[in-house]
Design a protein around this ligand. Structure first.
Ligand SMILES: Cc1cc2nc3c(=O)[nH]c(=O)nc-3n(C[C@H](O)[C@H](O)[C@H](O)COP(=O)(O)OP(=O)(O)OC[C@H]3O[C@@H](n4cnc5c(N)ncnc54)[C@H](O)[C@@H]3O)c2cc1C
Length: 424
């Protein structure tokens, strides 16, 4: 992809230096534009130490440059099975998922972009735009003018509050307990039960997933990986949720608690309930986790993704419940299609952004709706059917995260062409 010959480089500000922001910054810089990334955090972003599905679009930047990148950095899982609470097999099926560590992917993106124009401790507080540009204001007092502002500032986006006041995260009625355990700390007899699979356990009004991911040092060889669990548990909105999201020092949080911050009594309850309600091998992973952490499951839906010269992407624009495992893929797809739209701009940038917004807003809305339906089915309607293809991971449709097959590759290529064509 390259910019139109002879066109003047755009000055681009990307706010938020995580998955969506860094992917956008890399792709727009590769087009020849002058890109600055502004990230509020002061140190290196440290992940929750958890894994994400290596969707084709999330890893495309690296796979295009290093063909064996996937083999080096992701864990391949060839089978998906569902159990009931007693451990009885309900269903199993071959899949081709790959999992990458959040930290590994973030460090790769940051390494590729470099630190020269990655400005940390830079919190956007406001902006104004006119026909020719966007004026940005930062908490530090810095003020800068750019041709294009890309807001990639996540779930609690300041940018979204300015663009679309009133669009807020909506709590789903349940939280995701998550955690990781080093493979070396798991007894061999437990690993034998779980290996080579992503295991779901379906219990009334809840479900848990267990699967292998790269280890702390990003190693993917057996014995050095980690095991990741995600357990969805219902917590009523209001006092119960507020108390759970109050950290061990008494500070309230609105959306998540990091490893080591959850009050001990909740960790004890989690482990006791795991032993009582889950098959032994799955409970063993929960019980071996030293610092489980919590994310409140939320929906965010923006009415559009571009207003004039400002666009918004990733979790800042739409947050889907994690059941389709496509949050990072959506952020990356937003970035790749935005770059395709900008690559073809003649002179009317806002018009190109509007067309990009139309198809990526449709993607965000459909992913939020599909993920909400999946979540409600597990947590409230209790109508999940083991083996239902609609429960598979996917960005545009269930199953498209099984990317490493010929069919999925050509489907992804077709979608890219359609996305590019729509944004021209
Ligand atoms: C530190 C961290 C760890 C994560 N770990 C995992 C994980 O293990 N597994 C998983 O599935 N998902 C994880 N996520 C979430 C995941 O990255 C997102 O759900 C998804 O990839 C979409 O990414 P995003 O770039 O749109 O948003 P995010 O990843 O949420 O990034 C938003 C970024 O914007 C920055 N920011 C916010 N407000 C401002 C502001 N006013 N000015 C400047 N910068 C601002 C934030 O500091 C953050 O770096 C993590 C996110 C973060 C930030």
């Amino acid at each position: 992809m390259s910019s139109k010959p002879g066109s003047k480089p755009l000055r681009v500000a990307v706010v938020g230096g995580s998955m969506g922001g860094l992917t956008t910054a890399l792709l727009l810089r590769d087009l020849g534009h002058e890109v600055d990334v502004f990230e509020r955090a002061t140190g290196e972003l440290t992940g929750f130490g958890a894994g994400i599905v290596a969707h084709e679009v999330s890893t495309r930047y690296f796979v295009q440059r290093t063909p064996d990148w996937l083999a080096q950095t992701t864990v391949h899982v060839p089978s998906h099975r569902m159990l009931d609470g007693s451990g009885a097999l309900l269903w199993d099926y071959p899949v081709a998922y790959r999992f990458v560590s959040w930290g590994g992917l973030y460090r790769a993106l940051l390494g590729a972009f470099g630190r020269e124009r990655y400005h940390q401790g830079a919190a956007l507080v406001g902006f104004d735009q006119d026909a020719a540009g966007v004026d940005l204001r930062f908490a530090s007092g810095r003020e800068s003018r750019y041709d294009l502002l890309v807001l990639a500032d996540g779930l609690l986006s300041t940018g979204r509050q300015r663009l679309f006041p009133g669009v807020e995260p909506v709590y789903s009625g349940y939280v995701a307990w998550r955690g990781t355990v080093a493979e070396g700390d798991i007894p061999a007899r437990i690993l034998q039960q779980l290996d080579d699979t992503i295991t779901y356990v379906l219990v009334p009004n809840s479900h848990i997933l267990v699967y292998p991911i790269p280890g702390n040092d990003n190693r993917v060889d057996r014995g050095h990986r980690s095991w990741n669990f995600v357990w969805y548990r219902n917590v009523a909105k209001g006092a119960a949720l507020e108390e759970l999201l109050t950290d061990r020092d008494g500070y309230p949080h609105s959306a998540s608690l990091r490893p080591g911050r959850v009050q001990d009594r909740y960790v004890h309850e989690l482990k006791e309930h795991a032993s009582a309600a889950l098959p032994q091998d799955v409970a063993a992973i929960v019980n071996a986790t030293e610092q489980p952490f919590i994310q409140a499951v939320m929906d965010v839906e923006s009415p559009a993704m571009a207003v004039g010269r400002v666009c918004i992407l990733g979790d800042a624009a739409f947050v889907a419940r994690p059941h389709a495992a496509a949050g990072t893929a959506k952020a990356a797809e937003n970035a790749w299609t935005l770059a395709a739209a900008i690559a073809t701009v003649e002179d009317d940038l806002p018009d190109a952004l509007q067309r990009w917004s139309a198809h990526q807003t449709a993607l965000g809305s459909s992913l939020v709706a599909r993920s909400r339906h999946m979540g409600e089915g597990s947590q409230f309607r209790c109508d999940w059917r083991p083996g239902d293809p609609a429960l598979r991971f996917g960005l545009y449709e269930p199953g498209d995260s099984c990317t490493w097959t010929r069919a999925a590759h050509s489907a992804a290529a077709t979608r890219r062409e359609e996305g590019g064509a729509r944004s021209e």
